[in-house]
Design a protein around this ligand. Structure first.
Ligand code: CA
Length: 574
């Protein structure tokens, strides 16, 4: 078992629960955001103890056996570490569990959760009478063997280098395997095919999705759309015949965790759903940063066959492909968990791959829909992007694109959402970790993350209505800047169009069909759109573009059926 797999187990239950949508800088700096009172480590402890305790109840077995059961749900490579971890972890929690105290009390008792001076006590489950501390003190008096395990999760033996490894994955937006350096890969994960169309020749940088056909692709499929060769009857190259006048273009999103489609399986956090199946693809999931771009609203190209990601795929890329099959494989998902306007400019946009002269134009979706007002800092408002900062970052990003994309490209800008829809639709519903006893609502969950200072968004994920309203106020102010820059920006290379991120229209459509808004939101983080939300926002956006901005998506290719009959699945995607 490698050191890498060791860290992953711990991080699955810890850092990643609270990792999405934080400002990117936390991944670029020396350490993960760890919060206070134990922070992410405390969350990890509480989740592991809660699942262990619930499993022991469900299966009527001891906590030792239940923890073993939890380990056995993981893929084989991860089990040994889980057990090693348990060998010093379980003895510490075992007698607490038998005393029937809540996971918060257990984790405070062993020291992975604590209360710093001047900070409030943090609990996710209903606190015992008199508070956690009094309860822990009572236990401690009786328990002379009490040991404290006050350690940061990334400082645990063997875990440190693994934290570094995970940090690297989350910090790297270029493909890890890319022999010819054209930013297109033949690997699936680590920013490969899940994120960008598959390279059909990874030894030649001139050959990749989106390239202008070289010599009309008579011999070689230089743009990887599966179309090449010459029509025998007319002697015309197929690229000229079927794609020549078709205004081919690719789709790219410059986005955040919603653009990348962050999704943590609820099966990992619900003791009645947890299973071997749920963790089957753990490595794949981590190597894609817990994102699912292949099913996302911007660049989804297939339907999910994963049991932990259910629902239809509908995407801008897929619609562009249906409209013109010459666009096959021409997608790039340049979205990063936690991205905001400043980090997009400083470190993310450079990962966009488009040669202004030898590639075809792009439809770029610029969608940073929350992190400019979202952070986990107690002084929430001081860490929001100001209108001046927004103007500067966004303008400079457009200026960067000016010299990095082909003439004839289009940019569609989505504003920040009104994140109040999250609390409004979820606050009194039960979070997966509390389903067993119906004792944790989203309101509890949000305030718990806030308390530990590891929330992805203090401003909206809070029971404090004034804070939520003020956060929306700032978001609207930033949107007016985005709108203003979009309409006034002059470019010979592209046109820029602003419209609101279509979540509210998607919800209206969903409700008109008998659904409820909460069904479009990720159950674990209560923060992102889920698979249904992704598909619906793509649909609404596509309808909007078709009606209002048809130039942006190009004309329908009359040769689509010929392409299908001649080239079948055009080489597929993987
Ligand atoms: Ca081709």
């Amino acid at each position: 078992m490698s050191a890498k797999t060791q860290a992953i187990f711990v991080l699955v239950f810890a850092g990643i629960l609270v990792s999405p949508s934080q400002p990117l800088s936390r991944f670029s700096s020396q350490s993960f955001q760890r919060g206070v009172n134990g922070g992410a480590t405390c969350v990890a402890c509480t989740v592991i103890v809660a699942l262990t305790e619930q499993l022991s109840e469900i299966y009527n077995e001891t906590a030792v056996r239940a923890f073993d059961r939890l380990c056995n749900f993981l893929p084989v490579d991860y089990q040994i570490y889980c057990q090693t971890f348990g060998s010093y972890f379980v003895p510490l929690i075992i007698d607490s569990l038998e005393k029937k105290v809540t996971p918060d009390v257990v984790c405070h008792r062993i020291g992975l959760c604590y209360t710093q001076a001047g900070k409030p006590e943090c609990t996710i489950f209903p606190p015992p009478k008199g508070g956690v501390k009094a309860h822990v003190d009572r236990i401690a008096k009786r328990d002379t063997k009490l040991r404290y395990l006050r350690a940061d999760i990334c400082d645990l033996p063997g875990v440190k280098e693994l934290c570094e490894w995970i940090k690297k994955i989350f910090d790297q937006h270029d493909p890890a395997l890319d022999a010819d350096g054209d930013y297109y890969s033949i690997a699936q994960t680590l920013r490969g095919v899940s994120w960008r169309g598959k390279d059909c020749d990874d030894s030649n940088p001139g050959i990749h999705p989106g390239a202008k056909p070289i010599d009309s692709d008579i011999y070689v499929d230089s743009n990887c759309n599966g179309i090449y060769g010459v029509d025998g009857a007319s002697g015309t190259p197929y690229e000229d015949l079927l794609c020549g006048n078709s205004s081919s273009r690719g789709v790219a999103i410059l986005g955040d965790s919603v653009g990348a489609h962050f999704h943590l399986p609820e099966e990992w956090f619900d003791s009645s759903l947890i299973s071997v199946e749920a963790f089957k693809d753990l490595t794949f999931i981590l190597e894609n940063e817990i994102d699912w771009p292949e099913f996302s609203a911007a660049t989804g190209y297939k339907n999910s066959t994963y049991s932990v990601t259910k629902g239809p795929t509908h995407s801008m890329y897929h619609s562009m492909w249906e409209r013109n099959r010459c666009n096959h494989r021409d997608y790039q998902n340049i979205a990063v968990n936690g991205a905001r306007s400043s980090t997009m400019l400083s470190s993310i946009v450079t990962s966009l791959a488009r040669n202004p002269s030898s590639d075809t134009p792009l439809l770029i979706i610029y969608a940073l829909i929350g992190n400019d007002v979202c952070n986990g800092h107690p002084d929430t408002f001081a860490h929001m992007t100001t209108p001046e900062e927004m103007r500067e970052s966004f303008t400079k990003t457009l200026q960067y694109l000016e010299t990095h994309v082909p003439t004839g490209s289009h940019i569609v800008v989505n504003g920040l959402v009104d994140g109040r829809i999250l609390f409004n639709n979820l606050h009194d519903r039960i979070h997966p970790i509390g389903r067993f006893r119906n004792d944790v609502t989203y309101s509890d969950f949000y305030d718990y993350l806030y308390c530990l200072e590891v929330s992805p968004c203090n401003g909206w994920l809070t029971s404090n209505e004034t804070v939520r309203d003020k956060t929306t106020e700032r978001a609207k102010l930033l949107n007016s800047v985005l709108k203003n820059v979009s309409t006034s920006y002059q470019s010979q290379v592209f046109d820029v169009h602003y419209f609101d991120f279509p979540i509210e229209d998607a919800i209206k459509t969903w409700e008109a069909n008998g659904g409820e808004a909460w069904q479009l939101i990720e159950p674990v983080d209560g923060f992102h759109t889920n698979q249904y939300g992704q598909a619906l926002t793509a649909q609404v956006m596509w309808d909007y573009l078709q009606t209002n901005l048809p130039d942006v998506i190009g004309e329908e290719n009359p040769h689509n059926s010929d392409i299908q009959s001649l080239f079948g699945d055009q080489g597929g995607y993987e």
